[in-house]
Structure formats: C-alpha cells, structure tokens
Write a protein that binds this ligand. Structure first.
Ligand code: NDP
Ligand code: GDR
Length: 352
C-alpha cells in the first residue's frame, strides 16, 4: 500500500499534530510550506532534527519532506501533486483567524474559498485515485437556528471566514457527487493545544496566566467573556481527520465535544491551574477579573477585541463521527484550559 500524504498547513497547529500522527502510522509525509522572512517551522522542528546519539537523521526526517508552495500559487501545488502522487491530501492551510477575517476579508476568501476550489480542480485532473480532507468549520453555522448542530444543520455564517468555509464545503460536496471525488469535510469545532496560535483566545489566556503567575505580566486584556465555545483538544481532532480518509465512502462529519464553556470559565480554570483564583465583577466592557488573594486586577476588557458579529450557541453533535468512525473526544473545555496553562507555565519556567 502506498502510504504517501500531502499536508497543506503543516506548520500550523493541526498540521503539526497530523504530521506526527501520520508518521507514527508509517506514512511518507510531504508538507507544503510558504516562504516567510523568518523560519516559521517551530511546531514541526522536533520532527526534523537529527535524532539519537548516532547523529543520523531520525525516521521522521527521512519520511517528512517539506516543499515550498503557496495557496496563491496553485500551479506549484499542481506540480507537486503530479510529482509526489500522494494518495491522501489533507488541506488545512488558510487564514484561520475569524476576528481578522473582518480586517482581511479578500485574502480570507481567496485562501479558504477559492484556493480550495483550485485544489479540487487539480485533484479532478489527476489520473490516480486520491482522498481529500477539507478543514471546514463550525463557523459555517454562524448563528444556527438549532442546536446542537449536526451534518444536516443549514449554514448561516456571520463573518467572512465562515462564508469562505461554507463555499468550500459546498464545493467539496459538488465534486463528490459530480465527479466521484473522495472528498470529505471535517466540520470541526474549536480545538486547542499548547501549539495554538497566540492570538486565539485560549492561548492568549493560558500564556497570559503563565506570565502573570511568573510575575512577568500584570494584566491580560480580552474581549467578550460571555462568548461560549465547544472546545476540544487538537491531537484528538487530527485522529478523526485520518479516520475520515480511511472510511469506505466519503462524507462530511461534525467533529465536536458536545459541551461548551464560556471564555470566563476557560480563564478561571487556566488561572486556577496556576494557583490564582479569580473573581469577576461588572458586566460587558466594564468587567474585570481580580485575584481573590491580592485584589489586583488581572483581566481587563477592551472593546477592540469584540467582533462586529460573533456566533452564539455553537455546540456540535458528533454522533455520526462516533458511529461511523468510532471517534469520541475525551478532553474538553476547562480540562483543555488546565493542560494548556500548565504547558505554558512549564515552558516559561524552563526558559528562565
Ligand atoms: P493555523 O492558523 O495554526 O495554521 C494555518 C496553516 O495554514 C499554517 O501552516 C499556515 O502557514 C498555512 N497557510 C496560511 N495561509 C497560507 C497560504 N497562503 N499558503 C500556504 N499555507 C498557508 O490553523 P489550525 O492548524 O488551527 O487550523 C487548520 C485548519 O483548520 C485551518 O484551515 C482552520 O481554518 C481550520 N479549522 C481550525 C479549527 C481549530 O479550532 N483549530 C476549527 C475548525 C477549522 P504559516 O505557518 O506560514 O502561517
Ligand atoms: P474562533 O476562536 O473565532 O472561535 O475561531 P477565537 O479563539 O479567536 O475566539 C473564540 C471566542 O473568544 C472571544 N474572545 C476573544 N477572541 C480572541 N481571539 N481574542 C480575545 O482577546 C478574545 N476575547 C474574547 C471571541 O469573540 C470568540 O467569541 C477558531 C479558529 O480556530 C477558526 O479557524 C475555527 O474555524 C473556529 O475556531 C471553529
């Protein structure tokens, strides 16, 4: 069996865990990386450094190959597909920040919408069978009319990011039915980890909590503390991506924990993990979080972190993934907060 996979977005949170997952299963993994003025491979460096006392490259290095490319340069991606002939393509690359999609809507739609269409077109022209995973999002449901959401819930996105993902997901369905392409969309709810980008709320909180606990920062500024999300743990979600491409037939699956907590709950758990108890007072943009032991304010609210529109009531029903893929996420909400806070604190301490 040819176990060759191509990952777009391999330098991101999910791409790095997926690369680990596939390497552990014996795959040859190829990753698309874009040019940046500084190297941006910190999440996969551990897979590429020479291993062991022999100084010889580790198995991972031999089976993990990076290629320059960009979603804005699909000819290069087409060439790669022809050259490598991967049997599985995991398409994770794109502008992934929902709040920023209001600032840069065109690039968000190019990368998350049109580039996915370009990839589907490239796959359609291949003369070998290929399986395609598309990283769709709960943001496509936006303000859903029902909950928990499942694969039948209609899309109602409320930001440019959600619109682009809905466009791409619908096209995957079209290519599946029109051309018989094995294309699957994972409709993933928020999943986090110590590798999460630093401007997503979870990582911002856990990094802030670690720095405040270490005496290196005094205040953390956030937006809407009432926002609720269905938060899971990223390594569990990449396992579902792989399972989707091993199934008999292609389909879309909701990937979610089915539980939500608020940003306030997440922050409370993260700080508590590091020995700081918080008490919140006030409401909306006047709310603050104080340390109960010193009375000092450690969380402030700033309107600049509020969004023009923010989805509410996003909670997923992953019953289909459980039944068809035997996938059940175990780490949820405040447990994710605690493990991320601990990881950030330990990393900070070992760097001091
Ligand atoms: P990250 O932001 O951590 O990673 C995004 C990846 O895409 C990075 O490797 C980035 O490269 C790459 N990328 C961005 N633009 C381009 C481009 N023009 N050309 C080539 N590569 C590009 O996201 P996550 O790992 O968290 O998410 C992976 C995917 O899953 C994304 O599409 C996201 O929208 C989607 N998703 C994520 C969820 C989550 O909770 N994490 C939930 C639902 C969907 P670089 O390192 O150079 O910036
Ligand atoms: P989200 O994640 O938009 O759900 O997208 P994010 O962590 O950015 O926001 C979650 C919620 O927290 C509120 N919030 C803040 N958000 C940020 N970034 N910074 C703050 O200071 C802050 N304060 C409060 C937000 O308003 C929001 O309600 C993530 C991404 O991974 C997407 O790619 C993915 O598709 C979805 O999850 C599912």
């Amino acid at each position: 069996m040819n176990k060759t996979a191509l990952i777009t977005g391999i330098t991101g949170q999910d791409g790095s865990y997926l690369a680990e997952h596939l390497l552990a299963k014996g795959y040859a993994v190829h990753g698309l990386v874009r040019r940046a003025s500084m190297f941006n491979r910190s999440r996969i460096d551990h897979l590429r450094s020479p291993g062991g006392r022999t100084g010889r490259p580790s198995v991972s290095v031999e089976r993990l190959v990076l290629h320059y490319g960009d979603l804005a340069d699909l000819t290069s991606v087409r060439r790669l597909l022809r050259k490598l002939a991967p049997r599985e393509v995991y398409h994770l690359a794109g502008q992934s920040h929902v709040g920023l999609s209001f600032e840069i809507p065109e690039v968000t739609c190019q990368e998350n919408g049109m580039a996915t269409l370009g990839l589907l077109e490239a796959l359609r022209d291949l003369d070998y069978p290929v399986r395609f995973y598309h990283a769709a999002s709960s943001e496509m449901f936006g303000s859903p009319r029902s909950g928990p959401q499942n694969e039948q819930t209609s899309f109602n996105p409320v930001n440019p990011y959600g619109c682009a993902k809905a466009f791409a997901t619908q096209l995957c369905r079209v290519y599946r039915s029109a051309y018989g392409l094995f294309a699957c969309s994972g409709i993933a709810y928020n999943h986090e980890s110590p590798r999460r980008g630093e401007n997503f709320v979870t990582r911002k909180i856990t990094l802030g909590a670690a720095r405040i606990a270490a005496g290196k920062q005094s205040v953390l500024t956030l937006g809407n503390l009432d926002a609720r999300r269905d938060w899971g743990y990223a390594p569990e979600y990449v396992a579902a991506m792989w399972r989707m491409l091993q199934a008999k037939a292609p389909a879309d699956y909701v990937l979610a924990t089915g539980k939500t907590c608020s940003v306030r709950d997440f922050a409370t758990a993260a700080f508590a993990e590091l020995g700081i108890k918080l008490k919140f007072s006030g409401r909306g943009t006047a709310e603050t979080g104080r340390r109960t032991d010193t009375g000092a304010i450690v969380i402030r609210i700033a309107p600049r972190f509020y969004r023009a529109t923010d989805p509410s009531h996003l909670v997923g029903n992953a019953a289909l993934a459980k039944k068809a893929l035997n996938w059940t996420p175990k780490v949820t909400g405040t447990a994710v907060a605690r493990l991320m806070a601990r990881a950030d604190y330990d990393a900070l301490m070992s760097a001091m």
